[in-house]
Write a protein that binds this ligand. Sequence first.
Ligand code: FE2
Ligand code: FE2
Length: 364
Amino acid sequence: MAATDERADRLPVDHRSPRDRAASAVRSRPPITDDPAAPPLPEPRGPISAALHDILRDVPSPSTPPVDTADPYGDDLHLALHMCYELHYHGFESVHPDLEWDPGVLRLRADMEDRFLTALLDDVSGGRDLDGELNALTTAPAEAQGVGGFLDSQGHWWHVREYFVHRSIYHHKEADPYVWAIPRLRGQAKASLVAVEFDEFGAGRGDRVHARLFADLLEGADLSSDYLHYLAVVPAPMLALVNMMSLFGLHSRWRGALVGHFATVEITSPPAARRMADILRRLDADPACIRFYTEHVEADAVHEQVMRHEVIGDLLRQEPDQAASIVFGIQATALLENRIDQHLLDSWRADRTSLRDNELIKPD
Ligand SMILES: [Fe+2]
Ligand SMILES: [Fe+2]
């Protein structure tokens, strides 16, 4: 007690007012700078993304956006949701980083998440038959009707480049959303998920981070490798898939769905990657394009086993009630991947671009 009093006696007395002390504290903080990867804010696609655009640029917004009547899979809602989530990754140029935790942004995000999740839950069959779902993924034949089949049988280089542009929205942050599962898992499930993530992040080598390998692929295809360079031209279906990952990652209650989604990616990847590598060889693509897929043929053959038996298996031993959530993650992934496929095939069969504007990706 006496020692504390003596120490207090030695401390200099600060005679400044609380307001002056606060102002001084603000001045002494490091300056706020943009994350160098931060892309520009994309142009709005409707009233919700316009309202959010105003909030992020600190412009007074005249109205409350109509989230409850928005198309739950539409461009306006998914661009706005993507903008909200991006604040948790690299943010946007000239957007204050504190908006990541702004109550108004979070309230709008929650309304959009509710609209999106309600639609997903309504549009999948649900249930708890996890073995049935996983077996179906493992034994699914390489469909002749899907995008892989189209590219295989009649794909031209411009189709492939458009496909890369869509996929860039995810691969620029490949495996990042799954990191949010780590603090929500325990024991073997945690250890095994981290082991898969270690590979996704290059096993200690920056030049082998899978997002970097995809950036190399983009450069090999004469496309920009800048982070989210193509956000403005990618339509809702791909944004919805990436938004679902962020949504599952940012809410601990959806940890099972996040694991189910991640397992789906790993289980379905090897045959799809093998086919893409063959397509790219046939088109005489740059080796960097082929390398991205050959890397995934090998790595994901291991990852699918780890995800299925060690991550899902152990999570279910600890939390049997997560089965329905994991099934939901698998089914919602299939639903949104099918919507992407449908959009690409509808566009290409009509011999038109699948992008909102393909000026950015010329020349072919
Ligand atoms: Fe990967
Ligand atoms: Fe993987």
